[in-house]
Design a protein around this ligand. Structure first.
Ligand code: C5P
Length: 288
């Protein structure tokens, strides 16, 4: 038996710098794992099964990951994957990608490492653009569609308030909206934000944090705009922005108590589906 924690991710910066021929967008991101996690249990079984609450088995990215693992290794599909969800879905928090990365990593361990870590990393991009990061975890400067990862040190002493309105966002739809009316960060913002993360300069980081997808997600789901505004008006907040293609929003605090108070206030709103305070972790997966 194998049990893992699969951590959520935040995009501390997300800009779009181009488009591939297959339609995928080339991104410039700063990605961060946080201590909000699903648990993924893998046990030997007669056949491949994935259980994940309400989520349909075949469309689950952990199922796709397992299929790919067995195809690549030629091993018999004999494992049951049981996912306990805590990361909100359709939130831009990379929950599905984290579960897929945990399935790949956990199956490889359970079957005595038929694949190298490099092979797992190469395979992971076929499952989803955020899966390579979930395998790597920690803090990364990311490029390509999310597969080019450079681990960096996050020296920000920050508490991350995560709040999600009711309803999620369709990633393809939001990227399509971006294509019609592109919106990008100002020159140098990415380099300034990245340098600030490395040096722990929270003020400069907060001045440069950016997510190119925010206006489109807000257009689709006005409550994102509402939550961001509520966040920006709470005591002690240094910056508020969206993660991924939404719908979760992130508030940056230096003071944990203020962050916890803000989470309690947000939880009282009828628009809020999820709110909590989390911290940076140095990995994307952890064996329990
Ligand atoms: O790879 P993933 O399943 O996470 O992507 C979902 C969809 O989001 C893709 O089909 C694509 O429409 C869009 N996407 C994109 N560029 C990226 C990541 C995702 O256009 N870098």
């Amino acid at each position: 038996m194998m049990e893992l924690k699969a951590y959520a991710k935040l995009n501390l910066f997300l800009d779009i710098v181009g488009r591939r021929e297959d339609g995928y967008h080339l991104l410039k991101m700063i990605m961060q794992s946080v201590d909000l996690y699903d648990t993924v249990k893998i046990v030997p079984s007669e056949k491949l099964e994935v259980s994940c609450g309400e989520i349909d088995e075949k469309s689950n990215s952990a199922y796709k990951a397992a299929k790919l693992f067995f195809l690549k290794t030629g091993l018999k599909e004999q494992a049951k994957i049981i996912i306990e969800k805590h990361i909100p879905v359709e939130a831009g928090l990379g929950g599905g990608s984290a579960d897929a990365a945990a399935a790949l990593y956990g199956l490889n361990l359970l079957f005595d490492n038929p694949l190298s870590y490099e092979e797992l990393l190469l395979m992971s991009i076929q499952i989803g653009a955020d899966v390579p990061f979930s395998l790597t975890g920690g803090t990364c400067a990311a490029g390509g569609i999310g597969e080019k990862l450079l681990p960096v040190n996050n020296s920000l002493n920050a508490a991350y308030l995560i709040a999600k309105p009711k309803g999620g966002c369709s990633t393809p739809q939001i990227f399509k909206m971006y294509d019609k009316h592109p919106n990008n960060s100002i020159d140098g913002a990415y380099n300034r934000a990245l340098y600030a993360v490395k040096t722990g300069d929270i003020k400069t980081f907060c001045e440069n944090a950016f997510n190119a997808l925010t206006p489109y997600a807000c257009e689709l789901l006005n409550d994102i705009h509402y939550i961001l505004n509520k966040m920006k008006n709470t005591n002690g907040i240094k910056a508020a922005f969206m993660t991924g293609s939404g719908s979760a929003c992130v508030g940056i605090f230096e003071d944990k108590k203020s962050a916890l108070l803000a989470a309690e206030e947000l939880k009282k709103l009828p628009q809020t589906d999820f709110a909590g305070v989390y911290f940076a972790v140095r990995c994307g997966l952890e064996i329990i």
